[in-house]
Design a protein around this ligand. Structure first.
Ligand code: GCO
Ligand code: MG
Length: 455
């Protein structure tokens, strides 16, 4: 309906009010429509006045959190920008590039800020730039929720469930140790448990291996390999682990496993086939993202549910896997694709293709990132499972308002916005650990002959 026609329908005294609605503000005279667009009806116009990047490591994991401050005294938002292996690069991307681009902008314009930040570097994508954008993006959702007086899950459509089911992490040196830990997790109320098995003498992902500290001071490289991993025994032992757990514990628990992209495509296919009979909840990253085209081979050969995605960055990587129905759970690290705005689109796309969400949620997603993921999970019909969500003591103190874990579920705390805060004074007491500015455990695991392997 055109504005002139609308005016005919209302009494003369109300006409100014309708003009205000059309222009997006109360009772102010409309000149060219642009003035009104600058503010939300009933809420004062806002500006971004400052952007801060907080680097903190309360429980030894390097976290990156972005704080967006506004022209309303005391109103700010927080976002997770954690790319723990390259934290200082994200810090630079926020401070030197996004901050000057965004100061003065209207924080209500979340989608436009995302889209314009995305092209502001001309060359785009990548974990550094997307994590930096995520810090801003989540913070803007936090601000909008605080302005509306609502938790972010309300802005996303409201609750589809009271809380998000969690999966617990377990590992052990042998099948018996894993069994004990699965039972302990079940006693705490978990119905979903990830199981990882150590292989003697091998640096297997997800399982602690006790090794003699090396006295060798030579630089690790192909001619002097340090941590060794070979796929053979791993591929034989993981089905034995599942067999053992089903035999001893039964069916009343969902079992998950992370291959962590370590095996070759045909080994990945074989492992998924071997595990099918034990009804896993999902098998994660059976292939590296570079081998995305091999997922159709897994699909053709078994019905094992597949989870994939923590390393994905651009839509070219994940859209085909979703739309070709080649995976069951999309496991993106939300800050790695630019934050909540993009994750919401991925979740909605996935719904149409029968794919559920299982966002990446280890300790190198900050509690702010977990709160953002949880907001989306509460409001998304096609939610699958939430990883982790157990915050160690120092982390809880630095981030008051962490989501609460009870009986294997993660609960939002119901405060407006993301519902979580950051105690900056306390955060400063946990500076990044001394030593190398990145984690040397990546890029150093090798085959026996010295060949470096995927993580
Ligand atoms: C998981 C992951 C993590 C990653 C880690 C990398 O599924 O939880 O694979 O443990 O290895 O986040 O920094
Ligand atoms: Mg993983």
């Amino acid at each position: 309906m055109r504005r002139r026609d609308l005016l005919k329908l209302v009494p003369a005294g109300a006409a100014v009010g309708i003009g205000g609605v059309l222009a997006g503000q109360d009772a102010a005279p409309v000149k060219n429509g642009r003035e009104g667009a600058a503010s939300l009806r009933g809420l004062p116009p806002l500006k971004i006045t400052d952007v801060k990047t907080i680097l903190t490591s309360p429980d030894r994991i390097r976290l990156v959190v972005v704080k967006v401050l506004t022209s309303e005294p005391g109103l700010y938002g927080l976002g997770c920008a954690t790319f723990t292996q390259r934290a200082l690069a994200v810090h630079t991307a926020v401070e030197k590039y996004l901050k000057p681009f965004l100061i003065g902008r209207n924080p209500d314009e979340i989608e436009d800020i995302w889209q314009s930040s995305y092209v502001s570097s001309y060359w785009r994508n990548g974990p550094v730039l997307f994590n930096a954008m995520s810090g801003i993006d989540m913070a803007l959702w936090d601000i909008k929720g605080k302005r509306a007086g609502m938790p972010v899950y309300q802005l996303l459509g409201g609750k589809c469930r009271f809380a998000a089911a969690l999966y617990a992490h377990t590992s052990g040196r042998d099948v018996h140790e894993v069994e004990d830990r699965v039972r302990a997790a079940m006693e705490k109320g978990y119905k979903h448990v990830r199981v990882q098995l150590g292989i003697p003498g091998m640096a297997t992902y997800g399982a602690r291996v006790e090794r003699e500290p090396s006295k060798d001071t030579a630089i690790i490289g192909p001619t002097n390999p340090g941590a060794i991993w070979e796929p053979g025994r791993y591929l034989r032992d993981v089905p034995k682990l599942f067999d053992h757990l089903r035999a001893k514990i039964g069916d009343d628990v969902e079992l998950l496993h992370d291959v962590h992209e370590r095996v070759s495509p045909s080994e990945g296919v074989k492992l998924c086939k071997d595990l099918e009979q034990f009804r896993p909840f999902f098998i994660e990253d059976p292939l590296p993202p570079e081998q995305n085209d091999h997922f159709k081979l897994i699909r053709q050969q078994c019905a094992t549910p597949i989870a994939m995605g923590e390393l994905f960055n651009t839509q070219q990587e994940y859209v085909p896997l979703i739309t070709n129905r080649l995976i069951d759970f999309i496991r993106i690290h939300i800050s790695q694709i630019g934050g909540l705005s993009m994750a919401r689109k991925v979740a909605n796309l996935a719904e149409f293709f029968g794919v559920k969400t299982a966002w990446h949620g280890p300790g190198d997603v900050s509690p702010v990132g977990h709160a953002a993921g949880l907001a989306l999970e509460l409001a998304t019909h096609n939610f699958g499972i939430h990883e982790g969500g157990v915050f160690p003591d120092h982390t809880r103190e630095v981030f008051p308002g962490c989501p609460e874990t009870k009986n294997g579920f993660l609960y939002a705390n119901e405060s407006p916005g993301l519902g979580i805060d950051l105690d900056e004074t306390l955060a400063a007491k946990f500076p990044y650990p001394e030593g190398p500015t990145f984690d040397h455990s990546w890029g150093t695991t090798r085959r026996r002959d010295g060949t470096v392997i995927r993580p």
